[in-house]
Design a protein around this ligand. Structure first.
Ligand code: SAM
Length: 362
C-alpha cells in the first residue's frame, strides 16, 4: 500500500477516535472550527439561517449541516446517522441571545426564549457526557429563572449542572470585551472548572494586535488582495463627523454643535453614546454586534481612519481564522460575525472539555 494511502487510512482511524460533538445553533461555524482544531469530530450541526449554513458548509464539509428549524430536528436521527447509535461526547448549545439581552428587556415576552429548552430533547436523545451552554448574562437574571429551573428539573436526574459563570472573552485571547454566561452540565458527574484567564487585564490582546497591520484604507476603498477588507463609503456629513471625533477612543460627545445629530440631543448618556465612537488601538474592542461595521450602531469606527471597521477587521476582532470563508452579502456576513462565539474562547475551553470527557470514559 502506498505511503500516502496508508497515512490517509491511519489518519481517518485516528479521527474516528476523537471525541464527538454536535453544534446546536451553529451559525457560521466558529465553534465547530475551534472544536475541530482541538481534535473533536463535529458530526452534525443545526441552524435555520440559510446564509450562515452556506458559510458553515463552505468551511466544514465533513460535518452534516442540518439546515432546519431546530424544533423539527430529530435527535434520534442524528444518533442513528451520525453517531452509529452511540452516545455523544459534547453537546454545544448557543441558543439565540436576543430574548435575554438587556436591549430587548423592555420589549416584552419573546417566543425565542424557549428555544434554549430544545436542548432538553437533544440531551435526552444523545446522552452527551458534557453540555456547554453559551448565552448573554441576562439568561440567568431573575426574570428567566423559570426557564433555567425547567432545564435543571427536566434533565437534573442524570446531569449535574455547574454554576453559571460570567466570562469575558477578553480574558481568553480575544481582542474584544464580550461578557457571556457560560454553563456546563455533565452526565452523572460534576462538570469541569473553566480554565483560568490566559489574557487577564494586564495582558490583553489589543485592537492593534488584531488589525494594526492590515492595509490602510479610506472610506470607500478596498484592499485589492482581500475582498473582505473593504471600507464602507460614508456620506460627506458622516465623514465630517468622523474627522471631528478624536482619534483612538474618541466619542461623538466631542462633536461641535454644528455636527451633532439632532436625533441624539438629550440622550448623551444613553445606549447611543457609542454611536460614531472610535475603538482604541491599545485596548480591546467593544462587543461586536450584528451591526459591527456600521458607525450608527455602536463604537465601530476605526481607531484612526475616518471610516467604520471593515468585515475583515470585524472577523479578526472576533478571532475567526484569517482563511475562514464567508458566504453572503456584506450585511449577511456582518450578521454572521456579530452572532459568532469567538473562536479563541472555545479554543481556550476545548482542552478542558477533552480532559473531562476522557476522564469520564475511564
Ligand atoms: C447566537 S447565534 C449562534 C452563534 C454560533 N454558535 C456561532 O458561533 O456563530 C444563534 C443562532 O441560532 C440560529 N437560530 C435561531 N432560531 C433558530 C431555530 N428556530 N432553529 C435553528 N436555529 C436557529 C440563528 O440562525 C443563529 O445562527
Amino acid at each position: 500500500m502506498g505511503t500516502a494511502v496508508s497515512w490517509r487510512l491511519n489518519n481517518r482511524k485516528l479521527v474516528r477516535q476523537w471525541p464527538t460533538a454536535v453544534d446546536l445553533y451553529s451559525g457560521s461555524g466558529s465553534v465547530t472550527a475551534a472544536l475541530k482544531k482541538n481534535h473533536f469530530r463535529v458530526v452534525a450541526a443545526v441552524d435555520n439561517d440559510k446564509v450562515a449554513c452556506a458559510t458553515f458548509r463552505a468551511n466544514h464539509p465533513g460535518t452534516r449541516m442540518i439546515e432546519e428549524d431546530i424544533r423539527k430536528v430529530s435527535p434520534a436521527e442524528i444518533r442513528r446517522r451520525d453517531l452509529a447509535g452511540k452516545n455523544l461526547d459534547l453537546l454545544i448549545v448557543c441558543a439565540p441571545c436576543q430574548p435575554f439581552s438587556s436591549q430587548n428587556r423592555k420589549r416584552g415576552p419573546d417566543d425565542r426564549a424557549r428555544l434554549i429548552l430544545e436542548a432538553i430533547r437533544f440531551i435526552k436523545g444523545l446522552k452527551p457526557r458534557l453540555v456547554f451552554f453559551e448565552n448573554v448574562p441576562g439568561l440567568v437574571s431573575a426574570r428567566n429563572a423559570n426557564l433555567i429551573d425547567e432545564l435543571r428539573r427536566r434533565i437534573g436526574r442524570e446531569y449535574v449542572f455547574g454554576d453559571p459563570h460570567r466570562v469575558d472573552a477578553a480574558d481568553f485571547q480575544v481582542p474584544q470585551r464580550r461578557v457571556r454566561c457560560i454553563m456546563l452540565a455533565a452526565r452523572k458527574s460534576s462538570p469541569p472548572a473553566l480554565p483560568a484567564p490566559t489574557s487577564p487585564a494586564d495582558k490583553r490582546i489589543t485592537v492593534r494586535d488584531a488589525i494594526g497591520k492590515l492595509h490602510p484604507l479610506r472610506s470607500g476603498q478596498t484592499d485589492r488582495k482581500d475582498a473582505l477588507h473593504a471600507a464602507r463609503r460614508h456620506q460627506a456629513i458622516a465623514l465630517r463627523r468622523l474627522a471631528a471625533v478624536p482619534k483612538n477612543g474618541g466619542s461623538r460627545s466631542a462633536l461641535p454643535q454644528s455636527l451633532k445629530l439632532e436625533c441624539h440631543s438629550g440622550v448623551e448618556n444613553s445606549k447611543f453614546s457609542d454611536v460614531y465612537g472610535r475603538m482604541s488601538w491599545n485596548d480591546v474592542a467593544p462587543t461586536l454586534t450584528t451591526g459591527c461595521t456600521d458607525i450608527t450602531r455602536g463604537r465601530f469606527a476605526h481607531p484612526t481612519a475616518n471610516r467604520a471597521i471593515t468585515l475583515r477587521e470585524a472577523s479578526l476582532l472576533q478571532t475567526f481564522p484569517p482563511k475562514y470563508r464567508f458566504v453572503g452579502s456584506a450585511s449577511d456576513i456582518q450578521m454572521q460575525i456579530g452572532n459568532a462565539v469567538p473562536f479563541k474562547l472555545i479554543d481556550a475551553f476545548a482542552p478542558v472539555f477533552r480532559t473531562a470527557i476522557r476522564d469520564s470514559r475511564a
